[in-house]
Design a protein around this ligand. Structure first.
Ligand SMILES: [Zn+2]
Length: 99
């Protein structure tokens, strides 16, 4: 349902989540998957932040199909300069634009 990186710290005798991101370059989850991650942590009884402490915005380029991490809100493919979609699209079927 989600994926990313976590940092744990020991506070008052228990392990808690200090930092959590959706930075998974394999699964490339949308930032909107946070509730699934929070639910999983809640089920484990792990205290955690109220949201992602670091967000990665993933988009697949509609032209070259490469995975991009959007930097500084610039929705442009770093590989071919094509515009990237506003909506998360990593798990949609590959359907390249005609040349
Ligand atoms: Zn591209």
């Amino acid at each position: 349902m989600s994926a990313g990186e976590m940092t744990f710290v020991r506070r008052a005798g228990e392990w808690v989540v200090a930092e959590v991101s959706n930075q998974s370059t394999g699964y490339c989850p949308d930032v909107a998957t946070w509730p699934a991650m929070a639910d999983a942590l809640d089920q484990l009884g792990l205290r955690h932040p109220d949201g992602l402490t670091q967000e990665a915005v993933f988009r697949r380029c509609p032209r070259c199909q490469e995975r991009n991490i959007v930097r500084e809100a610039q929705f442009v493919c770093v590989f071919c300069d094509a515009d990237l979609p506003a909506e998360w699209n990593l798990h949609q079927a590959a359907d390249p634009e005609p040349p």
